[in-house]
Ligand binder design. Structure first.
Ligand code: 6PG
Length: 249
């Protein structure tokens, strides 16, 4: 399938798994292999994570996967595509939900886990976005190796919501988002420009309520309908979906 998005850097590939559990387990297996490959090629793997239920299920699956020991987790640089602007440790933060699901059980180097500053560590969401962008810029990462993105039923990815003013931010790596249509209202998100600087982009989507978002995302829908359709990887763009989310393809 070829996307008609305005940035068709790569063909879009869709892989369908029967249910959410199989999907989560398959993403985990794919992730371990991709991280090993990135480390073999470049020494370090830059991996960007997503919130959402599936975004955390993946870490439950990785933590149960014997092959996780094939990864040198201390040489993984971790990022988040977006974060809810809440204090460190808040159970509604994406990083905390990922940690609780299993991420925290891996032998990561805390210095390589790049959390988005919350209100306890920054003056505003704008200041947090500036600081996070500076961390991305100074990390030396030419591109993220793997960008994992959940997709909302409304077509949002990271915290870039169709029709929201922050969606179209240009010339920035990260942006503050206020009045988010999905709570909580204040967030920090990578921009489209930053999300596209990824060797591989993996959209991870489960559930019948996402079926329309999957059609829109894989067929190059416009900005006002789909943020997902605006993002492709430099080398590969994968839609990893369950049968319910794929039902309208
Ligand atoms: O910050 C958020 O509110 C979430 O991170 C959100 O962006 C999520 O990734 C998608 O809505 C998909 O979520 P599900 O996997 O739960 O459907």
């Amino acid at each position: 399938m070829t996307t008609a998005s305005p940035h068709p850097a790569t063909d879009v590939e869709v892989v369908v798994h029967p249910g959410k559990q199989e999907l989560s387990d398959a993403i985990a297996a794919r992730l371990v292999t991709a991280v090993v490959d990135a480390q073999a090629a470049r020494g370090v793997a830059h991996l960007s994570l997503t919130g959402g239920s599936l975004g955390s299920d993946i870490w439950r699956s990785v933590a149960a996967l014997p092959a996780r020991h094939a990864v040198d987790w201390s040489r993984v640089e971790l990022w988040w595509g977006d974060e809810r602007y809440l204090p460190a440790g808040d159970p509604d933060r994406n990083d905390v939900q990922n940690d609780d699901a299993g991420l925290a059980s891996l032998a990561l180097d805390p210095a390589h886990v790049h959390r988005v500053p919350g209100p306890d560590a920054s003056e505003s969401a704008e200041a947090s976005a500036t600081a996070y962008a500076e961390t991305v810029r100074s990390s030396g990462a030419g591109a993220f190796d793997i960008m994992i993105l959940g997709v909302g039923p409304d077509g949002h990815v990271a915290s870039l919501f169709p029709g929201h003013p922050a969606q179209q931010t240009t010339d920035a790596i990260a942006v503050a988002v206020h009045d988010s249509p999905k709570p909580p209202p204040d967030r920090v998100s990578l921009t489209f420009e930053a999300l596209r600087r990824s060797r591989q982009v993996w959209f991870v989507v489960a559930g019948a309520d996402k079926a329309e978002a999957v059609v829109n995302g894989t067929t190059g829908a416009t900005l006002d309908v789909s943020s997902a359709a605006q993002v492709t990887g430099e080398e590969r763009t994968l839609w990893l979906v369950d049968a319910d989310a794929a039902q309208r393809l």
